[in-house]
Design a protein around this ligand. Structure first.
Ligand code: PGA
Length: 249
């Protein structure tokens, strides 16, 4: 794993957008795997800025990691809404190239299979990931097993609690979601895991320097050959020694 530590999420976002630009410019039909949450926002801001500076996104396909079950795309807390707000409405990615799981599908199992087919026919070149305080990637929560394909997941109490900050009341936070599985994530050519803030420092240390364990889902990224971990000084806190240098594993 490559580790890059920035002074601010803003600087980190510019770096990740530059990585995305390399992929976009070097592929005929670039496919980006995208994430939601507060962490990737500086990346989306920087990508929108690059678009305003001339970067063409008309050949890009996007595949999002997950969606809440029960929220349709017109709900302001749905991940579809989030993506339109922070990225899609500001750039020229064709609407028909944008994929998110449908959290209000009548047959959710069929929706999972539909999504796996989409991923299968659009191999992901660059996968962007955030990380939950419990180590989840997408909504692959800590468990005895990690599932390979797209699946329905019961969100862990700590995830519901953490996501409550976006809702009026914790009772409104959906308890279930559809998420891409770990196989689709690991099949991406390149993965960028982003994390900012002190509250992510412990789980970043466990994921990056610990053993590969299903109860720390992000640790599975150690099995991938091209992962860049993009941090700020706070989230990197437990990877650094007293003199502020990166500890070795
Ligand atoms: P956050 O969420 O970016 O809002 O911290 C990350 C995640 O849960 O994957």
């Amino acid at each position: 794993m490559k580790i890059r530590i920035f002074n601010s999420p803003h600087d980190a976002g510019i770096y990740v957008a530059a990585l995305a630009e390399q992929i976009i410019e070097s592929r005929r039909k670039p496919v980006l795997g995208l994430a939601t949450g507060s962490t990737p926002i500086p990346f989306y801001e920087a990508l929108v800025h690059l678009h305003q500076c001339g970067l063409d996104l008309s050949r890009v396909t996007t595949i999002n990691l997950d969606e809440y079950i029960g929220l349709d795309s017109s709900h302001p807390q749905s991940y579809s809404w989030f993506m339109w707000k922070h990225l899609f409405s500001h750039v020229n990615i064709p609407k028909e190239n944008i994929y998110l799981p449908n959290g209000v599908a009548t047959d959710l199992e069929a929706e999972c299979r539909r999504y796996d087919e989409i991923i299968h026919s659009h191999p992901i070149h660059l996968q962007i990931l955030g990380i939950g305080v419990n180590g989840h990637i997408g909504f692959n929560e800590p468990d005895d097993t990690l599932l390979s394909g797209t699946h329905i997941v019961e969100l862990r109490p700590e995830t519901v609690m953490s996501n409550a900050r976006f809702f009026n009341d914790i009772g409104e936070v959906p308890k279930r979601a559809i998420t891409m599985g770990v196989q689709a994530i690991l099949q991406a050519d390149k993965i960028v895991l982003m994390a900012f803030g002190r509250e992510k420092a412990k789980i970043i240390a466990k994921s990056v320097y610990g053993e590969v364990r299903t109860d720390v889902p992000a640790s599975i990224l150690n099995l991938h050959k091209d992962v860049t971990v993009v941090l700020d000084r706070d989230s990197a806190g437990e990877l650094l020694d007293e003199s502020g240098r990166l500890r070795t594993k």
